[in-house]
Design a protein around this ligand. Structure first.
Ligand SMILES: Cc1cc2nc3c(=O)[nH]c(=O)nc-3n(C[C@H](O)[C@H](O)[C@H](O)COP(=O)(O)OP(=O)(O)OC[C@H]3O[C@@H](n4cnc5c(N)ncnc54)[C@H](O)[C@@H]3O)c2cc1C
Length: 392
């Protein structure tokens, strides 16, 4: 059975076509280009974003009425997995932008959709959600960026850190305190398109081996936000942002699974082709068992992630299960890819080897959309509800 069969069985014929399109795109020149960028210590070329957008992939879940494909959550996962097999960071970024376009389509006001939707679908306006600040990301309620009321809108000041594709994005979905300059008000959220505005400065956060995330700090200095850009009113933004966090966590988990699956396949193929002591590496029981152990944990993680994904697909919002799935998938992927890097011998440590890239990029999944401690905290707080003494 195909590793992805249980996901694909839930897809419509159109959705299976989207997955096939993604598979063909990612397995071609894109794959080599992403690896070449990793070897050179650079981010993958921007042209792939335009080409991905031209396939309609940034509008994968946007409404048809807005030019989207209106695909399901499981389809979104499968498309992301196809890319994550070749480059986790590229998949993470492009799916982040796809999520921004989906949110705009599903909850935007008519004027927001009229002004922002088409540029977002074409990849000209990439919208990253901006919560984290230099002083911290886990405790979003402590953010200090301010939006001070001015004539016709707000003046935004403050710095957002670790912005996905922050070097490229033409706008952010910003969470900020609405109030005076001291920053004492309630938190609201806004679409903040800024292009090359002089009131916005960015600087790269350089992460060796993972520059394809194009992570950046973005600083606003009294940047004007027009009234029509408001998303969630003061006091409502945190809850609005958190409603989609479980889906995002499972989505990241599913990409980790795909990257580990690709890493294991690559390691098995390499070990079957390389000889030591007169036979293929996989002919040595000790090494074969190590690869088998990776496969055992991969299958276990995949089952957990699929269970969580299936619940989201059918309208659920599983808090504990999503946190468990993300934590286990990230930990398993990091452990498993590291095993593969080691098992193939010294070549795995070379930047020219995709296993090396997979490890450096998946490493970053441990922070985004909830650190392990925050995930365990979510699970821990619901233990008596999730595991009651008597089953109802
Ligand atoms: C690749 C990547 C992409 C990202 N993209 C975005 C993005 O697009 N938008 C965005 O807003 N942010 C983004 N982030 C930031 C990410 O959300 C934060 O890194 C994350 O929320 C953690 O915040 P922090 O790094 O500031 O760590 P901190 O919040 O400072 O935490 C530091 C350590 O303390 C632990 N800790 C904190 N509180 C507790 C507690 N109560 N109990 C136990 N331990 C605790 C944490 O788990 C962590 O180990 C991205 C990060 C990465 C790596």
């Amino acid at each position: 059975m195909d590793f992805y069969q249980q996901y694909d069985a839930h897809l419509s014929a159109d959705e299976r076509d989207h997955v096939a399109t993604a598979r063909a795109f990612c397995a071609g020149a894109f794959s080599e280009s992403v690896l070449a960028a990793h070897m050179a210590g650079e981010a993958f070329p921007e042209k792939w974003i335009t080409e991905w957008a031209a396939l309609g992939m940034l509008g994968l879940q946007a409404k048809r009425a807005h030019g989207g494909l209106e695909a399901s959550y499981l389809c979104k996962i499968r498309v992301a997995q196809e890319m994550a097999r070749h480059g986790f960071a590229a998949a993470f970024c492009l799916n982040h932008h796809q999520g921004g376009a989906t949110r705009l389509s599903q909850t935007g006001t008519p004027i927001q959709i009229e002004r922002l939707m088409q540029p977002a679908l074409r990849g000209e306006l990439l919208l990253t959600t901006a919560m984290t600040e230099p002083a911290g990301g886990s405790d979003v309620s402590a953010l200090t960026t301010t939006a001070v009321l001015v004539d016709g809108g707000w003046a935004l000041s403050g710095t957002k850190a670790w912005m996905t594709d922050g070097l490229l994005v033409g706008g952010l979905i910003v969470l900020a305190r609405v109030g005076d300059a001291a920053g004492a008000g309630d938190i609201a959220s806004f679409y903040v398109p800024f292009g090359e505005a002089e009131t916005v400065k960015r600087s790269e956060i350089v992460v060796p081996g993972a520059r394809s995330f194009r992570l950046a700090e973005v600083t606003f200095d009294a940047h004007f936000i027009p009234e029509w850009c408001l998303i969630a009113a003061p006091g409502a933004a945190l809850k609005a942002s958190m409603t989609s966090v479980n889906a995002a966590r499972v989505h990241v988990a599913a990409m980790c699974i795909a990257t580990l699956h690709a890493a294991l396949s690559e390691a098995v193929d390499y070990c079957e082709g390389r000889q030591a002591f007169g036979k293929a590496l996989t002919g040595h029981q000790g090494l074969r068992w190590e690869l088998a152990e990776v496969s055992v944990r991969l299958e276990a993680a995949n089952s957990l992630v699929f269970r969580a994904a299936e619940q989201i697909q059918t309208g659920g919002n599983p808090v504990a299960l999503a946190a468990q799935a993300k934590k286990f998938a990230v930990d398993t992927a990091l452990w498993g890819i590291d095993q593969c890097v080691r098992i193939v011998g010294a070549t795995g440590a070379s930047a020219a080897h995709r296993l090396n890239m997979h490890f450096a990029e998946v490493r970053m999944a441990a922070y985004a959309d909830g650190t392990n401690e925050m995930l365990l905290d979510r699970v821990g707080r619901g233990l008596s509800t999730t595991y009651p003494k008597s089953i109802p």
